[in-house]
Design a protein around this ligand. Structure first.
Ligand code: GH3
Ligand code: MG
Ligand code: MG
Ligand code: MG
Ligand code: MG
Length: 312
């Protein structure tokens, strides 16, 4: 690090190097129309080290969900344009937010509404007035439990990268978001070269070491907004929002070079490995599966052309 270092920079870097430990601050999205309460809660929660964003209009809420990736949503039951429960249903229609905890704030007089709202997937209620301390402890316990579950469900246990199902849900969400914002979205498929030979020569355990060091390198080198997962045995996918296809190819080629420079220790020898990659950019109206297919075809061309290269 070059000082001065922002605390968030340290946390982000640590969590990249140690993806099994999630030390990032809890992120909460607050949906509330009483701006005095918003200011009160925001100040109190920030003081506890939480990251708090506020949104109110349904479109702004969905955009904030994609940008913040909150660990919990705290929502007023009565909003100016709709019921909080209606908005909760909209949020849950997105696969990646399907199980996020939603904590409702409502007044004592809404008890009947609370009962009704539970049927619509509301997780929890706090009855107003809610003190900032009550709110903070309710948020922290629920968000931490959600994070633990999410990690178990979403990560591949060998590498700590996102697993197949999660990557696909994220790609779908990223593609929708890219189309909405008319922003470029590039996808790379990465496949280790002659990995069967690596396993056959040095053993499966050594193969696992190679997989883990590739995963660590990807986590270290990619951006926070990138999506990186292990989609098959020795196949990885990297999705780069706001990245044009040439830019994406350059970045993946940088990763490729770094990977070839890693010395994997086997007994008294240092072994190197390489990967090939295919990159493609999302076309207007294209389904993510077709984007993936085109990147996979480019990967095939990279293999065919001699491996250890990145093709468009
Ligand atoms: P190519 O350059 O064409 O990709 O050749 P390859 O040998 O990498 O391709 P192939 O698909 O034939 O072999 C992939 C190998 O990856 C086969 C399998 O033994 C190995 N593999 C898959 N998952 C794992 C894993 O979790 N750990 C280890 N060590 N090996 C794995
Ligand atoms: Mg209200
Ligand atoms: Mg293969
Ligand atoms: Mg391979
Ligand atoms: Mg393969």
């Amino acid at each position: 690090f070059t000082k001065p270092v922002r605390p968030t920079e340290v946390v982000e870097t640590l969590s990249r190097h140690f993806p099994h430990i999630e030390e990032e601050p809890i992120r909460a999205l607050l949906i509330e129309d009483d701006m005095d309460l918003v200011a009160l809660y925001r100040a109190a929660l920030s003081a506890q080290g939480l990251v708090v964003e506020h949104a109110l209009a349904p479109e702004a809420v969905i955009a904030a969900m994609h940008e913040l990736h909150p660990d919990i949503v705290v929502m007023d039951l009565f909003l100016p344009t709709c019921m909080g429960t209606e908005l909760a249903q909209v949020i849950r229609q997105h696969a990646i937010f399907a199980s996020i905890p939603i904590l409702f704030l409502s007044t004592e007089s809404n008890i009947d509404r609370q009962i009704e709202a539970r049927r619509f997937g509301a997780d929890d209620f706090l009855t107003k007035p809610v003190t900032p301390a009550q709110l903070a402890s309710a948020i922290i316990s629920r968000a931490e439990r959600y994070r633990q579950l999410r990690r178990l469900m979403q990560r591949d246990s060998l590498t700590g990268l996102l697993n197949h199902g999660t990557v696909w849900a994220r790609i779908d969400a990223a593609a929708t978001e890219a189309a909405r914002r008319d922003a470029p979205l590039s996808l790379a498929v990465i496949d280790i070269d002659r990995f069967k030979l690596v396993n056959d020569t040095f053993g499966h355990q050594f193969g696992d070491v190679v997989l883990k060091s590739l995963a660590q390198m990807l986590l270290r080198r990619l951006r926070r907004s990138d999506i990186v997962g292990r989609v098959g045995g020795e196949e990885f996918v990297v999705v780069m929002p706001n990245t044009g296809v040439e830019d994406a190819q350059r970045r993946v080629d940088g990763l490729r070079q770094s990977f070839t420079q890693i010395q994997h220790r086997f007994e008294d020898d240092d072994i190197t490995a390489s990967f090939s990659s295919g990159v493609a950019i999302l076309r207007p109206g294209e389904a993510p599966a077709d984007l993936y297919k085109r990147a996979d075809e480019a990967l095939y061309a990279a293999k065919h052309a001699g491996r250890n290269q990145v093709k468009l």
